[in-house]
Design a binder for this molecule. Sequence first.
Ligand SMILES: [Ca+2]
Ligand SMILES: [Ca+2]
Ligand SMILES: [Ca+2]
Ligand SMILES: [Ca+2]
Length: 702
Amino acid sequence: MKNKLFVIVVMLPWWTQLACAQQRDALDEALALVGMRRADLGWRPKGWWPRFPGDIPYKLRAFDSLLAEPLDSITYTRSLAEAAKVHLDPTAMDDTDERGVGHLHQAVHRLGVNPKFGGLRGYAANLTAAEMPLDEAILTLYRAAGRPTSFVTFATESPYPQLSAELAEAVAVIPEDARPVLGRLVLNIIDARRWADLAFRNVDPAKRAVVTRRFNLGQEQVDALDYCPQVDDLARTWDEASLWYAGEKCVQALDDARTALAKLQDVPPFAFDWETPWGWIRVRGSGDDEVDGYDALLIVDLGGDDRYSGPVAASNANQAVSLLLECAGNDRYEAAGPTQGAGLCGIGVLIDAAGEDVYRADRYAQGVGQFGLGVCADLGGSDDYFVKYSGQGCGYFGIGLLLDCTGRDRYKLYADGQGLGGVGGVGLLADRSGDDTYEAVRDAKITGRPSYHSPDEDITVSNAQGCAMGRRGDGADGHSWAGGLGALLDSEGNDKYTSGNWSMGTGYWFGTGLLHDGAGHDEYRGVVWSQGSGAHFCIGVLVDEAGDDRHLIEATSNNSLAFGHDFAVALLVNVGGDDTYQMQQNGIAYSINRSVAALIDVGGDDSYVGNEANRPGMAVFDDRFRARGGVSDYFADTTAVGLFLDVGGNDRYWTEQQNNTHWLDEPDSPNWTERNFSVGVDRDEGTVSLRPRPEKAPTGRP
Ligand SMILES: [Ca+2]
Ligand SMILES: [Ca+2]
Ligand SMILES: [Ca+2]
Ligand SMILES: [Ca+2]
């Protein structure tokens, strides 16, 4: 080994390579038109600024640096997308590295745990258990729970219960080859459960019980409607490291069981049910089974088309760990919720390895975390998901992941999900392949969530599809909680995205909302606050890497397509293809109240269709930008830009703007002196680096 030479080949995207070969790239040149450099983008808020919102707890680690270097949010988006592409590759899901870490574990780590908490780095789940007969493993669980396995009184063993003998008889229905695999899984769950319990060792159980039954955080956050003090108390007393460690153990343990059980042949129909001190263990065979998830620690099904009801793979204050492994078949999951990968004050993990599956729930389902880890991982088949509220990748102080590897999938939601990073949480939906449909139901008469941004049209507050929402408490009770990371990552296929308001790479209140689409001809349909937008100290990014795409903002549309309001980073990047951008009112690189709003389209013949509201690339002036010594110093101290950049192609505009020209503010505009810049550039050729400061890279030459 030591004599080998290692050659490291760094693969850069084509536009980066081209950028290296030239001195100036199109973005540098566009910024230079108004005397800006990349380093002028973004903000590092000063603590002395009067009335700038400070003391915002629960910001995720990435937030401040992304706000300071907005272009890094594109790199961050791409790095998450790459992790999803690599670790949800359906051809690699059975592989593990030398430490036994599988791709599903890596996906959960890279997409969920790591953005939330940096103490773990995904090296290993450290599962040390060997295979053991299932009945012995369950007896070990009794001992771990502090319960006896034999019962002696008056120096005599009681004639009942005969735990050991009864268990030995009960497990006999399970195929012999499956039992040691399941025994190992139980031992690993014992290990994980210990860490999950440690996570809450300092938490008042009564407060944990309150938080685990609080199902309105999606509705409550945003404008701060119904303060739950137990949330603050829990956030200050739990031990996150222990919980995420437990969560990674659960994912790897369940995935190990999946690959081991996949080797079984000729599995008969059967049913095994045993109530342990930590809840039911239910194992089913190849029959078409009906299973209820009530108080279930572990459900394993080895085949057949099955139906699940109740809280499957759903944890709560009394059930720290709840896992479901579905090995094969076309299955139907239906429950009110929490269910189907719901981690509330604990860990809920569902793995469905194959089949065309249907998921139905009212709330808190299909990958949702609230002070916990909720994972719904569907590894095969075309699936149909529907949840009304809070699911399909939704996190409140927790991590909620919906991970789907293959098929033409349908995702439907009323509100709060499909990649919602709620208060202090990570919510992420990653779909690896296939032509998919994402719908956040627009009609507020159906969803019961009318948006005050569309008062006349019954448009829903969707909070979906790569959206981040904080709790803006400055107008209410002062408990201002930062939004988290909400992301929707779709690697391949021709996809359709539909929503009401607040969607598709949109942030709010110290949150980061990201949508990344890696390939295909895609259609994005939103209304207000959609597709690279944000309001009030946040980050919203949409990156589409390829294909002929349609970015359509419908109804009385506004505040979308790279629209930033009040220290928002609002970026829409579309690479390649002949694209259409359409909206009615303000948008298409539009900055108000000190924002960095940029729409960058590289390549292709594009159409920009709007009304007379604004030209593409515009920053609106406000008198507060020049008012110092008062409440708006933070406006006066900062720099903002509305930047439109289209490189290549023959492009059409709705205004007087022309292909291969550029446009800026009028010479007498007050914007110039207050560093509030409007930039519009259409150029026929060039390359674009989307890194913060490539021009400052050391050359390595003296
Ligand atoms: Ca079955
Ligand atoms: Ca299935
Ligand atoms: Ca699927
Ligand atoms: Ca696509």
